[in-house]
Design a protein around this ligand. Structure first.
Ligand SMILES: [Ca+2]
Length: 293
């Protein structure tokens, strides 16, 4: 696979975005709306050391950005890697708080974002490796029976043509919820899929063993049509969706973007930190282009 070491990542703490590039050359993926164009394969292996920011700062609290960098809540590590010499460690902390609007609860979140323009009609393969450390602190399932601890999601973008200034108020059409459904349920990830008020539901589940890497692979066709859009996904090469799981996965014509890290809510602000390691984020046209083996 052609390996293009360009990384465009945006770090969010609260509403803060930073785009960072550990690039060796520019790689822009530009698909015209409605097209079925081939995309340029992409790999973020986090092996290029410290990456320089190329974009940063959003309302309402841009000053939190240097806090993230200085405090090490997002950093490259060499002691826990899936491939190569380093991976990214992301740590959520009570100091990172976000609130979509005054009617929404305050939540803790810190994520890296990858923005690429996979427009409607595009069929894309994604691979993403992550590790939940053995010291991860779980929510009490008796207090929070439906954990809201999203470690990866595709987030919507506002469509000005339909009056949307941002993606706020939309749900992620693909989201990975980490936790337990009940005290007796296994620790793992629920893959939620669909557009709110229409077709949202669990599309798959897989257990998570703390301290072990999981290679999560997705095959998605982006569409606003229930009969065209689909996802099929694998965890460590085990199919978790029973084949292609169909349903619309776009709120509008604008391409969604990937976020990974922690977004936790539906519970009081938690007093502890939690970490996740990520490595080998890949995007391609075929399974072989994103295969990690
Ligand atoms: Ca790596």
């Amino acid at each position: 696979m052609q390996k293009v070491k360009i990384l465009t990542i945006i770090i969010i703490g609260s509403f803060v975005l930073m785009s960072i590039s550990c690039s060796k050359k520019e790689n822009q993926i530009n698909n015209p709306p409605g097209g079925n164009n081939q995309i340029t394969p992409f790999t973020a292996d986090f092996d290029d050391g410290i990456f320089p920011p190329i974009e940063m700062g959003l309302e309402p609290s841009p000053n939190i950005y240097p806090q993230i960098l200085d405090s090490g809540y997002v950093k490259l590590v060499s002691d826990t890697v899936r491939n190569g010499v380093s991976a990214l460690k992301i740590t959520v902390s009570p100091v990172f708080q976000t609130q979509s609007s005054s009617s929404y609860p305050v939540k803790n979140r810190i994520e890296v974002n990858y923005k690429h323009n996979n427009f409607e009609g595009t069929e894309v393969w994604y691979q993403w490796s992550f590790l939940i450390p053995t010291y991860f602190i779980e929510l009490d399932p008796n207090l929070y029976p439906i954990p809201f601890n999203i470690i990866g999601q595709f987030h919507a973008v506002g469509d000005p043509s339909v009056g949307m200034s941002s993606g706020a108020g939309t749900n992620p059409p693909v989201a990975l919820y980490l936790g337990r459904e009940s005290a007796s349920s296994p620790f793992g990830v629920k893959l939620n899929y669909g557009i709110m008020n229409d077709n949202v539901g669990p599309a798959g589940y897989f257990p998570v063993t703390k301290g072990e890497w999981i290679d999560f692979k997705m095959h998605i066709k982006w569409s606003q049509d229930n009969n065209i859009g689909f996802i099929e996904a694998w965890a460590n090469d085990s199919l978790i969706t029973g084949g292609k799981y169909y349903g619309k996965n776009m709120h509008n014509t604008q391409p969604h973007y990937w976020k990974a890290g922690f977004y936790r809510g539906k519970e009081p602000l938690l007093p502890y930190n939690n970490s996740i390691f990520i490595d080998e984020f890949r995007v391609g046209n075929t399974e072989s282009e994103v295969s990690i083996q």
